[in-house]
Design a protein around this ligand. Structure first.
Ligand SMILES: [Zn+2]
Length: 429
């Protein structure tokens, strides 16, 4: 006797119709015409049943703080950092927790059940670290929150930052962050990468650095990150976030760089909404898009995931925790419009992101945790096109969120009474 059977699911890999059997919070069967009894039967009616969305790059300590104490006038990364610096002394632990918990509610409703969040460790009080560790404990039953010790003001540039970062790791933050392009010099940036990679190697931790988040084609810290990753044997445990300078680099240099990134097993995390918004701000026309070279990295064998990065904070006024919006922007900015490329964009916010985080039991196969999202779409491309409604979100076999299907009623002569935007067309009501 199973706990739940989901009938007639379409899986992201195209298999359909498939039945999914769930027992004790785990998937125990994924097959056609499953013969078993269950306490609860859910008919997916051919709709997409996917593993949950995963955000590999976020800032939960600043989310939902938009307008405090003022808004970013220039729209640049640097004004955003300065603005965050103004807000930091005013923060309280309770306010950070309250905003982060509210964001997690939004995330769950959108089927986003795993988030890697950077947490600023440059405040010696480590208020945000304590707050997000508390949030991580509170949301653990329904959302995996992985924290990165992020020295926003530069691990060498800001006094005491390395000590604070180390304290944050001692407190339970599990990934080492960095921001080499914000250090005072290129040489300091490279030195920060060395120090932080060695710290991660000593402690057996993963690394995820904000790396080369600029339009400067000579910002080449990703090369140094790949070098130390290779030297220290950290293959498969390191991610370079943003890498926007690659957009502006010389093509010959990139033809050498991408194989080095691949050799080191370093993953790339682009943040399409934020990159297209913050980069190119010093350009007139033509104006650079600023996102890293996603299709070229993928073609070179480098895993690429997409992050949300910001929602309603000093850097970005919009966002709602919708990883389909993130993937859709990535698809457009990278011009990844072929069928296979669009599916890669879906993977960039699901399984590729999950593998970068090192999530255990992620996926739709026997033995995986029964974390699932049922979408009002037939396949991943349709899900992207429609930013499809998350009809049902399940965590460990239990339904934790539902949204009614998106539909509209029409009052037109000789036309159907309802429309639901799927390819099958208007369905008569
Ligand atoms: Zn970031």
């Amino acid at each position: 006797m199973l706990d739940v059977i989901i009938l007639n699911a379409s899986l992201p890999d195209g298999r359909s119709p498939i039945d999914i059997g769930i027992l004790d919070g785990r998937i125990v069967a994924v097959e056609r015409a499953l013969v078993a009894d269950a306490h609860e039967v859910i008919d997916a009616a051919g709709q997409l049943v996917s593993p949950p969305f995963v955000d590999p790059h976020f800032h939960m300590d600043s989310t939902l703080s938009y307008g405090q104490p003022r808004v970013n006038q220039s729209g640049t990364l640097l004004e955003g950092i300065a603005l965050w610096g103004e807000l930091k002394p005013l923060l309280t632990q309770d306010a950070i927790i309250e905003r982060a918990m509210a964001y997690c509610d939004w995330a769950v409703a959108k089927g986003l059940l795993a988030i890697r969040s950077h947490v600023d460790v440059c405040d010696p009080r480590l208020l945000a670290v304590e707050a997000l560790l508390e949030v991580k404990r509170r949301v653990a039953p329904y959302l995996d929150l992985q924290l990165v010790a992020f020295p926003q003001d530069g691990v060498l540039r800001a006094p005491g930052a390395l000590e604070n970062l180390t304290r944050a790791l001692d407190m339970g933050v599990e990934v080492v962050g960095g921001i080499p392009h914000f250090e005072r010099t290129m040489a300091d940036g490279a030195e920060s990468v060395r120090i932080l990679c060695e710290l991660a190697a000593e402690r057996g931790l993963r690394v995820d650095m904000h790396c080369d988040e600029s339009d400067d084609p000579l910002s080449r810290h990703i090369e140094t990150l790949a070098q130390h990753t290779h030297r220290l044997g950290l293959h498969g445990r390191v991610a370079g976030s943003h890498l926007t300078s690659m957009h502006s680099m010389d093509n010959y240099y990139v033809s050498k760089l991408i194989p080095l990134i691949r050799e080191a097993g370093v993953a790339a995390i682009a943040n399409p909404l934020i990159n297209i918004t913050l980069q190119g701000r010093h350009d007139t026309y033509p104006k650079r898009r600023g996102m890293t070279r996603v299709p070229e990295l993928l073609a070179g064998g480098v895993p690429v995931a997409f992050g949300h990065d910001c929602v309603m904070d000093p850097w970005y006024a919009l966002g709602s925790g919708d990883m389909l919006e993130v993937a859709s922007m990535g698809l457009h900015v990278a011009q990844m419009t072929g069928q296979a490329a669009m599916r890669q964009c879906y993977s960039a916010v699901t399984d590729t992101a999950a593998s970068i985080l090192g999530l255990e039991g992620y996926g739709i196969a026997p033995g995986c945790r029964a974390d699932l999202v049922m979408l009002q779409a037939a396949d991943p491309v349709d899900a992207l096109r429609l930013r499809a409604t998350r009809l049902m979100v399940m965590r460990a076999g239990r339904v934790i969120a539902r949204t009614p299907p998106a539909t509209a009623s029409l009052s037109l002569p000789e036309r159907p009474q309802t429309v639901d935007w799927r390819l099958r067309g208007n369905q008569a009501g």
